[in-house]
Design a protein around this ligand. Structure first.
Ligand code: NDP
Ligand code: OXD
Length: 309
């Protein structure tokens, strides 16, 4: 039995240790040293070259190293009859919630304003706002959105969530579908995007969306760059409709040299690191699913390619 690994070469050693200690019976092959393609049963991948996955005739499961699978789903040659499993693992979830809490607090406690003051050597208090008087609205109430909401609860924020189908999350006011979007945005002071990138959600962070938020709202995008229309975001920041943004993802990554986002004083940016899959905990998620498959049990976290997530 062989598992092909094609992902971040820097951490291949960590993955190898984690996978082989849990499943010594599974032979690990690190791409491009795949050996005989017919011997590959499983593939664990992040951004494989387009068309690559169709070259393994006996592939049984494709595992994505990331939670988002948009880059795999957009491969026209993806073997769509093979189950595609996205990454759901506690390390990735915990890291994302840490980042979201950090960014929400950054905007809530006026760190953008104080950063601007500091540049001007200005010393000025801004009245604190109680957390309960701020609504954090999370777009996407899936694995990551729900955990972020749980981690924000102890601070006392008012919480809202927007999903495709209705969701009951205690302590979170739920909105759903296109019909629920305007009301969700109108209620949101700090918007967090944790949606998958699909045909429906592409460019959703646009001028119309920003205009539907209360004036001075902040936007945190930790999902995909394809969700944001960057010119609209810059215009909304420059007009004061938005007070600030935290961006971890960009339409083009790495962000091109000279792009206005690099220097914008109202943007906190990071290079697509809001969260990372942790090999130790992720290997367990992968091996558990392989064992389920071997036992003829249903797999968990299989992507619905029709929905795109
Ligand atoms: P899930 O699939 O668990 O959740 C997706 C959520 O989005 C669901 O609540 C779903 O609604 C909702 N949704 C999907 N389409 C729509 C739509 N058209 N309208 C309204 N709501 C919609 O995903 P995860 O929480 O695991 O991950 C979310 C994304 O985060 C990933 O796809 C990935 O792109 C990104 N990510 C980014 C990372 C980074 O470092 N920047 C790291 C990890 C992930 P419903 O519940 O009704 O199905
Ligand atoms: C993911 C990511 O989707 O890291 O997991 O972006």
């Amino acid at each position: 039995m062989a598992l092909l690994f094609k992902a971040d070469v820097d951490r291949a050693g960590n993955w190898e240790r984690a996978l082989t200690s849990l499943a010594p019976d599974i032979e690990l092959r690190i791409w491009p040293e795949a050996g005989d393609p017919a011997e590959i049963d499983y593939a664990l991948v992040w951004k494989p070259p387009p068309g690559e996955l169709k070259s393994y005739p006996n592939l049984k499961i494709i595992f994505s190293v990331g939670a988002g699978i948009d880059h795999l789903a957009s491969d026209p040659e993806l073997p769509r009859h093979i189950p595609l499993v996205r990454m759901v693992e506690p390390g990735l979830t915990a890291g994302m919630s840490e980042f979201v809490v950090m960014a929400v607090l950054y905007h809530h406690r006026f760190m953008i304003e104080y950063g601007l003051q500091r540049r001007e050597e200005t010393w000025e208090e801004i009245s604190q706002i109680a957390a309960e008087d701020r609504t954090v609205g999370i777009m996407g109430l899936g694995v990551l959105g729900r955990d972020a909401a749980e981690k924000l609860k102890p601070f006392g924020f008012s919480l809202a969530g927007w999903s495709r189908s209705p969701k009951e999350v205690p302590g979170v006011t739920g909105y759903h579908g296109d019909d629920g979007l305007k009301a969700f945005l109108a209620a949101t002071d700090i918007l967090v995007c944790l949606l998958p990138l699909t045909a429906e959600t592409a460019n959703i962070l646009n001028a119309e969306t920003f205009a539907a938020l209360p004036r001075g709202a902040a936007v945190i995008n930790v999902a995909r760059g394809g969700h944001q229309v960057e010119d609209d975001l810059l215009a909304a920041l420059d007009s004061g409709q938005l007070s600030g943004a935290t961006l971890d993802v960009f339409q083009e990554e790495p962000l091109p040299a000279g792009h206005p986002i690099w220097q914008h004083p109202r943007i906190l940016m990071t290079p697509h690191v809001a969260s990372m899959t942790i090999p130790r905990s992720a290997a367990k998620a992968v091996i558990d699913n392989i064992r389920r498959f071997e036992a003829g049990e249903p797999l968990t976290d299989v992507v619905d390619l029709e929905k795109g997530y």
